[in-house]
Write a protein that binds this ligand. Sequence first.
Ligand code: AMP
Length: 219
Amino acid sequence: MTKKELIFLGPPACGKGTQTNRLAEFLKFPHVDTGSLLRAEIKNETEAGKEAKAYIDKGQLVPVELVTRIIKNRLSQDDCKNGYILDGFPRSVEQAEQLEKMNAEIDNGIDTKFIAVYFDIDTSILVERIVNRRSCPVCGEIYNLEFKPPKVAGHCDNDGAELTQRKDDTREVAQSRFDTYNKETAPLVDYYTKKGVLKSIDANGTIDEVWNRLLEVIK
Ligand code: AMP
């Protein structure tokens, strides 16, 4: 069986989280979301969390060594052996090179298929999306107060937990996250195009429209 390695690129709040949550359930692959892993480190007050917090609060990338260590640990686990969905990593060319290195080590010659999915979207709507975003701290479901509100205000549809707002989902930090994305992450579109593994999808539209386009490219 070929192991499927799926990574996702796109600006902050382009819908990657919503779609990759759904895709993980659909394909029965683990959803490895770097932002969530880092937020868990912060919550647990680990050394890594303490170091990462200062960068996250400013909308900057946390140091490559730190994030690479966390991702390598996660991708080495047994549940990733048939495939994984990697959301939020790599976020720079340096991280992409690190990913290739760790994949080669972990995969050790087995048959793999690597796809980089790029969410191509009109960025003018994204800051509003960010400030309206809420998420469930228990199951990770993502809501939008305007476009995808929970059935009961302030509570998750799946488990009733009180929804939270990410600390970096403010107008000010969002701007800095876009600047970081444009400088560090956007060059990966070219990087993966040249390698012949990039699949671009139109990420404008409803959640179901984008979902159907996503299913077409990950076959
Ligand atoms: P996200 O949840 O993907 O929006 O990520 C939230 C924040 O976590 C980012 O703004 C970065 O500060 C940090 N972060 C997430 N993924 C990475 C990564 N691959 N490299 C460095 N920093 C990251």
